[in-house]
Design a protein around this ligand. Sequence first.
Ligand SMILES: [Fe+2]
Length: 348
Amino acid sequence: MSTGKEISDMVSLFRKELVLCGVKEGETVAVLTELNSYTEYASAFMAAAKDLGAHTYNVNVMSTSMSMDAKFGNFGANALTGNQPAIDALKQADLMIDTALLLFSPEQREIQEAGTRILLVVEPIDVLSRMFPTQELRDRVEAGERRLEKAKHLRFTNQAGTDVSYELGAYPVLSEYGYTDTPGRWDHWPGGFLATSGKDDGVNGKVVMAQGDIVYPFKSYVRDPIEFTVRSGRVVDVKGGLDARLVSDYMASFKDPKAYAVSHIGWGLNHKAVWTGHATGVGGIGMDGRAFYGNVLFSTGPNTELGGTNNTACHMDLPMRDCTLYLDDELIVKEGDMVPKDMRAPAN
Ligand SMILES: [Fe+2]
C-alpha cells in the first residue's frame, strides 16, 4: 500500500503521461485491469484523467491468473478473450490504459480498429519514472522508423558469430516511444525501440547470443553462448550449454511447430534503460533490456501483432549487446552504438 505522498506523486506522473498522450477535456480515458491487479495505477490514472477534464472509467475483468512474466512469454488467451461486453466498453474510449497485457491479441486489434489509442502500462513506478518518455525520444524512434519502413534488407552480426539476414517489406514497422496521441495507435510506457518482421520464409543465417545477453521471459543473462540456426524464417537448431538447453526445452514445451518461427527484429533507443536491471533488481518487467540503447532485439514466435498469421503462444525476446546492424547498405548500429546522428542519444 502506497503512502499519501507516493499516491500524489503517481497521479502527477500519470498526468504528465496523459498530457503526452494528448488527453483533452471531454475525451474519455478507460483503464483495463484484472481483478485486484494494478488497482493503484487505475485509481491514479482516473484521478489524473479527471484533473485534465476527461471522462474516465475502469473496466475490471476476471484475472487470467498468470503472472506478468508468464504473460510476456505466452501470448495466448488474455483477460478479454470472449468478453465482448468488456471489449465494447473499451472501444468507447479515446485512450485505453492496458494493465492486462493484450499484446499480440485479436481483442487488442479490435479495440485499436475502433480508433481507440492504447497505452500498455505494466512496469513498476520507479521504471516508469526513470524512463519517462520525451519528444526527443520520439524523434529518434521516428527517425529509425522512416529508415526501417523503406529498407528492403536487414543484416546483423556480432563477435560471437552471428550473421543473419532478413528480407523486409512484407510487414509494417512497430514503433514504441512511450506514449500515443494518434487514433488507433498502440504504444508501451516506457518505450524506445523499433520492430518489424522479415518475410515469413525470408530470414536466414546464424544468431549467436553472447555471454551477458538477455533471455526473456526468463529475465536471465546468458552464461554460455546460444547458437540458433535459422533457415527460411525458422529456427532449425539451438546449440550451446545450459542456456541453450533451457531455451530449447522452453520452446519444445509448447508442442507447437509455430513456436520456431522467427518473430520481430529491431533495435533499442532508450538511453535511460539499464542493461543490468535484472541483476540489480531495478529492471521491472523487462523494458530495460528490450529498449536498451544500441541493443539488437532478436525474437521468436508470433507475428500477429504485425499482421502476420503465426499465432503461437510461445514468444521469446532476446536482446543482444555489441551487435552491428545494417539496413540495406546503411550502418545503423556499430558494435552496440547508434551511428546515424538523428538516432544518437543526446549525451553521446
Ligand atoms: Fe516481443
